[in-house]
Design a protein around this ligand. Structure first.
Ligand code: KMH
Ligand code: ZN
Length: 277
């Protein structure tokens, strides 16, 4: 399939770990709120959801029951591809970051390196990444590498070559996090360079260049783009998004304007090598 025919997988990251209701009052907290939100996003065109969970008061959580409940409620409503974060929050120890795996999602994220994250350190040692990959492999969960800088891409490709990550590589390239690579065309080129042929690559960008970088990646043949409150709460400069679904609709409109089409959930499952549900 040529790049322009390849459908674009839209991922929604509805909750994250850092954003709060002070940033956007529509942020979902509970598993029921997350599931309702994800279902609306699926109707708006999202085919993958990247999940973090929160306690009822909004604090980031690693309780496995919350991941299980969220995934069960999502699956009652939609066949969207479910993905849990193993990045968690910067202060979470590795064993807490991994609890979402036990909810047996379709996919899990795996960090392939360490970095500063704003004023904090966000640490993933090589052994941590291997531990996530091993447990995911035991549970039959696919992996998406979360890469915030060029060194993370190179490290992820080495993991793939050593057989520590499953083939084909699924890579989410993240731009604009303070401490990671910046959100520029040159950065996109640098992050793409080490990827082997056949990689399913998607892009996440935070900050004021988000929409421009997503658009550029769509034109450069990205297999996916990600939006949602985890990455940004504004629809446009100074205009808060009313919901995650509004951000998904807007992303789908951008993709269509640039002449590409949105992947259905079934197509996303095929492109990402996930079992059909
Ligand atoms: N909350 C960040 C420290 C991921 O989910 O893989 C990590 C993060 C990345 O959100
Ligand atoms: Zn995340």
């Amino acid at each position: 399939m040529s790049w322009d025919e390849l459908p674009v997988v839209v991922t929604v990251a509805p909750t994250g770990a850092e954003v709060t209701r002070a940033d956007n009052p529509a942020l979902p907290h509970t598993p029921a709120e997350i599931a309702a939100d994800v279902a609306a996003c699926a109707s708006a065109g999202a085919s993958v959801c990247h999940l973090h969970v929160r306690e009822e008061d909004g604090s980031p959580s690693s309780r496995p029951e919350l991941f299980e409940e969220a995934i069960e409620l999502i699956r009652q409503r939609t066949s969207i591809v479910t993905m849990v974060s193993t990045g968690g929050a910067v202060w979470m120890p590795m064993e807490e970051r991994m609890t979402g795996l036990e909810a047996k999602p379709d996919l899990a994220g795996v960090e392939t390196g360490s970095m500063n994250f704003g004023e904090d350190a966000f640490t993933t040692l090589p052994a941590d990444a291997r531990r996530v990959a091993e447990r995911a492999g035991e549970l039959g969960i696919g992996l998406e590498a979360e890469m915030f800088d060029v060194g993370h891409v190179v490290a992820g490709v080495r993991m793939l070559e050593r057989g520590e990550l499953p083939r084909p590589l699924r890579a989410n390239l993240v731009f604009g996090v303070p401490g990671g690579i910046d959100a520029t065309p040159e950065a996109l080129e640098a992050m793409q360079r080490p990827l082997p042929a056949g990689t399913h690559w998607s892009i996440t960008a935070v900050g004021r260049h988000q929409r421009r970088l997503l658009g550029l990646a769509v034109l450069r043949g990205a297999g996916g783009i990600r939006v949602g409150f985890e990455d940004g709460v504004y629809l446009r400069r100074g205009v808060l998004a009313s919901s995650n679904a509004e951000l998904v609709s807007d992303a789908c409109e951008l993709v269509a304007t640039l002449g590409r089409r949105i992947a259905t959930i079934d197509e996303a499952r095929e492109l990402l090598s996930c079992a059909v549900r």
